[in-house]
Design a protein around this ligand. Sequence first.
Ligand SMILES: *Cc1c(COP(=O)(O)O)cnc(C)c1O
Length: 407
Amino acid sequence: MTAESPQPAPPTRSEQLLDRYEEALLGVFGRPQLVIERGEGCYIWDADGKRYLDLLAGIAVNALGHNHPELVAAVSKQVGEVAHISNFFTSGAQIELAERLLAIAGAPEGSRVFFTNSGTEALEGAVKLARRTGRTGIIASEGAFHGRSTGALALTAKPAYREPFEPLIPGVSHIPYGDADAVEDALAAGDISAVVLEPIQGEGGVIVPPDDYLTRVRELTHAARALLILDEVQTGIGRTGDWFAFQRSGIQPDAITIAKGLGGGIPVGALVTFGPEVSGLLQPGMHGSTFGGNPLASAAGLAVLSTIERDGLLRHTSEVGDGFAAAVLALSHPQIREVRGRGLLRGIALSSPIAPAVMGIARADGFIVNAVAPDAIRIAPPLIITAEQLASFTAALPGILDRAVNS
Ligand SMILES: *Cc1c(COP(=O)(O)O)cnc(C)c1O
């Protein structure tokens, strides 16, 4: 506010709503950046009518963008028939979604699906699966994010998330990510039930491990008779250009966790157990959920999977993702150190810790991006995004970076 401004501007509709937010919502998220009123394709509009290109998709969730006709039709039809029935009962939609997930995961005979409402819950299922081996040790990674419930939090690495709630479940060790020798050493300690890994770390800053990492960890976990559980919550459902990121490596894990992109915005997650031996670890009565896999969530998941398939979105994701990464690098901007990731999960590593400023300036310019680390910007747009839409951000990026440096 400068001295000569005659009157403070009246609060906008967004500001009024955000003030009410802060008086009604628990403060764990801080003050939200925007109040969103509407979405269409890859765009969202705030409560003051300003339009943004959504390059974050609700954190890698809105695989089909906003208000996609297939998702709207499938969910509307299902809610008009039956939305929820509990797991005392099942539905054709639930069974079909489980079958489709097993097929796209390339899961062998005897594999099974457990449905959840979130990624965190899928990880909780994975922790219980691991416990059923009779061993208690779990190896996770530095930089890992697996959720915020107390079990999933024990696997999450970030001290700021963990420390207020310690002691967490015991037996979890965090070792350097991408380092198969570190896995070997940690397994040698014995009593390890499972190694839990993201195939590409998302919240950790979009970190891609070395090419042979998963292959080596698979060999090591086989030899140690420990489960290999891959957290595909962020990387799965086409985000990296394959149905699941692990498929690039050719290995077969013992279990995967899925959520974010699966429902296209409707909450649905899953734990997939590979083969009869692993699937047999959780017996009747050992786990459950009231909402998990209800007809509404299942219909949403089916609409997302069929649209990705019908519209060739896996190949599209690879193509536009590679094109975007190359175009950002070709800017040769002094602030751009590297572009990490695969498909449409990308991290732009910056030369200085200006990511929060970049996020704010991009938003003012009409682009939603995420400061995933102080020196890294994450891009995880809808899989339907066009090369032209991505190019509009690439064109704006040098100016955004220049202003962020000087801010
Ligand atoms: C987001 C995320 C989770 C947690 O999922 P929620 O749906 O927020 O519970 C777990 N693992 C990974 C890799 C994630 O990116």
